[in-house]
Design a protein. Sequence first.
Length: 278
Amino acid sequence: MLPETRLETRFFRFSCFSRFPRFSSLLPLRPSASRRGQQGARPVTMRQEPDASVRPVANLRRLCACAQRLILSALLALPLTAQAGGIDRLHHFLDTAKTLRADFTQTVTARNDAHSRRPQESSGVMIFSRPGKFRWQIDKPYSQLLVGDGKQVWIYDPELRQVTVKKMDAALGSTPAALLAGGDDGKGGKSTLEKNFTLHEAGERDGLTWVEARPKNSDSGFERLQLGFSGNTLKAMELFDNFGQTTRLRFSNLEHNPALDPSLLRFTPPEGADVIRE
């Protein structure tokens, strides 16, 4: 009984697909053994190794390309100050130094005069708070004090017990601190240096990057002045006035944006002092 059933089943399958050739074409066909032998195994492609003489050239090209990428990355990573000129450093200084304290030494010499008296030297402390407030205190070899409160400049000579009062605008050239502290109201306004002077690059000298400022107004009292920077730090100023004198300043112990006692930027004339208003 069982053999007949299997035979009928096989015949049914064959007859069904033979009647409907469209379905029989969907059946996977197994290749015969002889056909498989004729086709043979799939060919294996072997990777051809480059000529040994080409390898050093290819390696050198890869090394050069890698070196170029490293150099480019290093250049892009350089700080701006390493590439900036004197004008850029001055702008950065004025934009970031809202308050400043520094010790200074000052040397005043006459121009092209071999018989003039020896240079006058002094030292003291400079403080400014922008806009418009500063303190220029000379301690040695004599005492003198200049204070700008934003409206007026007070010049006090303790030895003479005399106080001279000037308007802020008229005292532009009274001290380098007035030049540095002037202007910049915190609303994008230009500093006194930027408004009243034309700026030029002055190259490298004494290990510093210099910028030269020439006054737009001939009544400023200056022929020109130069500012020397180490990085973004102001290290020196040189002022050439209309009287043939050169004032050289060197700054040390600079403190950027320190908290300042407001009383240092105000002045009250001592009792009994003569007050002269100009």
